[in-house]
Design a protein. Structure first.
Ligand code: IZC
Ligand code: ZN
Length: 422
């Protein structure tokens, strides 16, 4: 049999973390700490996809290497699958640095929101911005994420709220898919806040979403997910259900910002509706944990948000893991509650605040994060046939990566077989 020629071989990794064996479903419980680590490991990539993975010697026997093959010796280094960030808000204009001082002076996130600041401030700047500005801003933020190891991300709308500005945000995501390397999936989040013009008629805003905007986005294939901010003072469980039912009937897969500040039952709603993910969950109830465990819904935990909000209650991750909930991690990058876009920082916080073990944190930003956006069969692990996305870290092992909290240890990033960060 003729050997398949490789375009790229990454060889002699001190630890090659495959996270293999879970392309069809997310990891739960003890599975989270079984990473499939190969010492002196290698990956070969052909045509953007993984052609072989295993011990270096075996991989070099399996694939053909010629003078056009790039071979990268990563002796002494850690190799992980490209990181997946399943919850981000990277399309916006303006910034909200003043909220830090407001929070230090005692104002809560929801108080700032109730005064017309917060999300609605970013809505005013984003409505004024051109498509080109949104694309340029998004490209900058996605570039920062890529440099820190993120090769796939979910991106939400939700700072336009009206029809033309939500479409503008989703167009920006569509353009960004073509002009930069991070693979994106788009989420429509018109139900991020009730805009000023509907302040006295919130039901009118629900009608706009269900009757006009959702059908148009479905028709133009601008998003595959629909998300709702189910929160006291934002969207009730009842309003959220109305939007999500309509979205589901139009073919969207569902996501919910659930139980972040108040325990409204967002997790229960996500499980009941078969949402692909329930996100935040700082205040999740016992019932919510039980319902998620019995469902296919992935819990997306966002510890950098709790940290930036200076909250004292993080999501009960250990309870969720022992209760058999499929957990993942994301940055929640956004201009307000979480200006952090590094998954290395998120993993470091997850170990220290959610008490995840290093191995669990890695599973949570790779295969389980991929399942939270419907890409478990495509990315999130190093297995033959999957996308040739990987990160080389200046770290001798994965414990070291989590221990060096706050430092970007990325040395190189490979996306679909191309070295995109050197
Ligand atoms: O802009 O504050 N929580 N949405 C829900 C956010 C935070 C983003 C923001
Ligand atoms: Zn969010």
């Amino acid at each position: 049999m003729e050997r398949r020629r490789a375009d790229l071989v990454v060889a002699h990794a001190a630890q090659l973390v495959t996270v293999a064996g879970f392309s069809d479903r997310p990891k739960r419980g003890d599975e989270l700490s079984q990473l499939g680590v190969i010492t002196d490991g290698a990956v070969a990539i052909t045509g953007g996809r993984i052609a072989a993975v295993g011990p270096t010697e075996a991989v070099l026997q399996e694939v053909g290497v010629d003078n056009k093959t790039r071979v990268i010796d990563v002796s002494g280094r850690l190799v992980l699958p490209g990181l997946v960030d399943p919850h981000t808000h990277p399309i916006f204009a303006g910034s909200r640095e003043y909220e830090l001082s407001m929070k230090l002076a005692g104002a809560s996130y929801m108080e700032i929101h109730a005064r017309g600041g917060g999300i609605l401030d970013t809505v005013r700047s984003t409505r004024k911005a051109s498509l080109e500005t949104l694309v340029a801003n998004g490209k900058k933020f996605l570039g920062q994420m890529l440099e820190q190891g993120t090769t796939t991300a979910e991106a939400k709308s939700g700072y336009g709220l009206n029809e033309p500005d939500e479409i503008k945000m989703l167009e920006a995501i569509r353009l960004l898919k073509e002009i930069q390397p991070v693979r994106l999936v788009a989420t429509y989040m018109g139900a991020h806040a009730v805009p000023d013009e509907y302040k006295d008629n919130p039901n009118g805003y629900l009608d706009l979403i269900t009757d006009q905007v959702l059908p148009r986005i479905a028709g133009e294939h601008l998003a595959e997910f629909c998300d709702v901010f189910t929160e006291d003072g934002v969207f009730s469980v009842e309003s959220s259900r109305r939007i999500l039912e309509r979205a589901q009937s139009l073919g969207f897969r569902l996501k919910i910002h659930a139980d972040e500040i108040a325990a409204l039952g967002g997790a229960e709603l996500a499980a009941e509706m078969g949402a692909i993910s329930a996100d935040h969950l700082m205040m999740i109830s016992e019932q919510g944990i039980h319902d998620l465990a019995a469902s296919q819904t992935v819990a997306v935990l966002l510890p950098a948000t709790t940290f930036c909000l200076m909250g004292d209650r993080y999501a009960p991750a250990r309870k969720m893991i022992s209760g058999n909930v499929a957990i993942s991690l994301a940055s929640d990058f956004n201009p307000g509650s979480c200006p952090v876009n590094s998954l290395q920082i998120v993993m470091g916080l997850a170990c220290r605040q959610l008490k995840l073990r290093p191995a669990e944190a890695i599973a949570a930003v790779t295969i389980n994060a991929a399942h939270a956006i419907g890409l478990g069969g495509e990315v999130g692990s190093l297995e033959v046939g999957k996308a040739g996305d990987l990160v080389i870290f200046d770290a001798p092992n994965y414990d070291y990566l989590l221990y060096r909290f706050g430092t970007n240890l990325v040395e190189k990033v490979v996306k679909a077989g191309q070295v995109v960060v050197e």
